[in-house]
Write a protein that binds this ligand. Sequence first.
Ligand SMILES: [Zn+2]
Length: 80
Amino acid sequence: MKCVICRHGTTREGTTTVTFERDGMTLVVKEVPARICTNCGEDYVDEQVARDIMALAGRMAKSGAQVDVRRYVPGSAVPC
Ligand SMILES: [Zn+2]
């Protein structure tokens, strides 16, 4: 796939770190599978993966945590 940001690079499979902020809380998810542009470094996260992260953020909000750093687990509406 061609990068839509720089229009020069192509993307390759890799992992990235996603930072999600909402209502004063910060969720950092490491080792998220993504396609990374070899030219500018832009990362493209699949919709399903993004949904997992949103679900994680939702549970985190309920727990009252302000900051959380965790590793991405595929299909993870689970582990704490
Ligand atoms: Zn690019």
